[in-house]
Design a protein around this ligand. Sequence first.
Ligand code: F6P
Length: 323
Amino acid sequence: MKKIAVLTSGGDSPGMNACIRAVIRGAIYHGVEAYGIKYGYNGLIEGDIYKMKSYSVSNIIQRGGTILKSARSNEFRTPEGRKKAFYQLQRRGIEGLVVIGGDGTFTGANIFCQEYGVPVVGAPGTIDNDLYGTDFTIGFDTAVNTALNAIDNIRDTANSHDRIFFIEVMGRDSGYIAIESGIGGGAELIMVPETSTSIEDVIHTLGQGRNHEKTSSIVVVAEGDEEGGAIEVAAKVKERLNDKDFKVSILGHIQRGGAPTAMDRILASRLGLAAVEGLLNGKRSMMAGVINNRIVYTEFKECINTSKPLEQDMLRMVKILSI
Ligand code: F6P
């Protein structure tokens, strides 16, 4: 393999730049020409592809976002879109791809591989940490720490005013950010899509806090909880307990930006290099991940089709430690 390209796709995550840097420098180190594709699969379809040198990725390891930009591509979901994408690679003689993203990115890569035989290896870049085949995804640790700082700030004012706060964190289908930021932030209750927590449970927990002379409480709600986001949950609770001062805070996209933590920079560097070396060593349709601190490769189809369960013991711990 003499020419490879890298793209970032789907929701961006802190550490994607460190991963791009590792892919580009890893390729050049092994004597391979490296190309960057802008705007994910959309850029691949449009031919927004340019050659990168070692200096192209200087001074980015510490920066959030992605210098290659990102997109969620509808066109790549179509056979016509993928045909155009293949043509763009073929005319440049690019023989392999590294894709950095989440399950949508790998679903696209897997189909592309099957249809055109293009070798693709992935690196998990998403704040959600919801990918099977790796203990951590690139950006998760930074997002948790961003959410945690916000929870700490909110706790100060919640305490001063004896208020109950419902804090919404990201995670459409996944409660990892909620669980870790909630535990780190000492939340009274954490609501996640993976387990069902009824409004009755919320009322019970808040009542228990009051009985134990707590004057303020923090409930962390993952945006995809089955009872709704923080606004809906707070409204439902207020219908039943209207004597209390409730506030809602939605952390939103601040969780997606910012300088990556040391953990994310190191993880991204390891996985970027593992992805490019995997590609050069014949890995196909696989994601590089880290399990028990070791690099492992898992087939895209397994990463996409297997869910990564939350550690139930973490939820049990919240109940015990929040009394
Ligand atoms: O997948 C990452 C993520 O940040 C989710 O947590 C969130 O639900 C979603 O992306 C938001 O996507 P967008 O920025 O496209 O609204």
